[in-house]
Design a protein around this ligand. Structure first.
Ligand SMILES: NC(=O)c1ccc[n+]([C@@H]2O[C@H](COP(=O)([O-])OP(=O)(O)OC[C@H]3O[C@@H](n4cnc5c(N)ncnc54)[C@H](O)[C@@H]3O)[C@@H](O)[C@H]2O)c1
Length: 239
């Protein structure tokens, strides 16, 4: 079987590092992003490793996912990394419906929209690796009612799929990043960043490569007895 892995939200940030790490490990990579720059990002990765392609798709839309993935041979899909996510942080009393809706659709609905395209073929293959990116915020965080709800949903989704799909050789796990340096967190004011570092026992902000390392471990063929777990990549941070 060709070992192809779908990585959503892989034009930049954590998703890009995951795609790069898995490409270097000789998996075929399908980079998915709503930013059309993903096509060029995939070309660059392909010129280095010879095994990447890009698909432009808004994973918050079920219809867009059905269309985007209709052209690929689903039997070749070895794994999925559901990484695409956004945040719209604001105190709940000021949160608009649009801010709620955008985050839930991108960070939670995308789990269904993408994964559902491949569950039948994975069951037929009697093999699959699903890794979902949650967040330490799943446990609740001020200013993130939308994001925390979506990321807690990711954990329920992960544990349920682990129970339902284990008998078909499919594992489903969540990686739970803490505070990771990416364009998403670069917008954070310096003072808040310093406060975060105080809370991290390993006194540094995480890197996208730290997260990619955890995903790589869960993707391995011999990680087949590990399913339904939350693998925290947060330097020991508890929010
Ligand atoms: N950076 C952190 O500290 C941190 C911490 C915990 C969890 N996470 C999670 O890790 C994941 C990646 O975060 P990041 O920091 O790399 O973010 P980022 O904003 O740097 O990158 C996100 C990528 O997802 C893409 N994307 C967003 N919405 C999309 C959609 N609807 N369809 C397709 N692609 C879409 C963006 O274009 C971008 O390429 C997210 O799920 C995020 O919630 C990040």
């Amino acid at each position: 079987m060709t070992k192809k892995i779908i990585v959503t939200g892989s034009n930049r940030g954590i998703g890009h590092s995951i795609a790069e790490r898995l490409a270097s490990e000789k998996y075929g990579i399908i980079m998915v992003d709503y930013d059309n720059k993903v096509i060029n990002s995939a070309k660059t990765l392909n010129s280095e490793y010879g095994n990447a392609e890009g698909i432009q798709c808004d994973v918050s839309s079920y219809e867009a996912c059905e269309n985007a993935f209709s052209g690929i041979d689903k039997r070749e899909i070895y794994g999925i990394v559901n990484n695409a996510g956004i945040n719209r942080d604001v105190l709940f009393r000021n949160m608009t419906y649009e801010q709620w809706d955008a985050v839930i659709k991108t960070d939670l609905y995308s789990m269904f929209n993408v994964t559902r395209q491949f569950t039948d073929s994975m069951i037929e293959n009697k093999f699959g690796r699903i890794v979902n990116i949650s967040s330490a915020s799943w446990n609740g965080n001020v200013g993130q009612a939308n994001y925390s709800s979506a990321k807690a949903g990711v954990i329920g989704f992960t544990k349920t799929l682990a129970r339902e799909l284990g008998k078909y050789g499919i594992t489903c796990n969540a990686v739970v990043p803490g505070f990771i340096k990416t364009p998403m967190t670069d917008q954070m004011p310096e003072k808040i960043r310093e406060k975060f570092i105080e809370k991290i026992p390993i006194k540094r902000i995480g890197t996208a490569e730290d997260v990619a390392n955890a995903v790589s471990f869960l993707m391995k063929p011999d990680s087949d007895y590990i399913s339904g777990i939350l693998l925290e990549v947060g330097g020991g941070m508890i929010l």
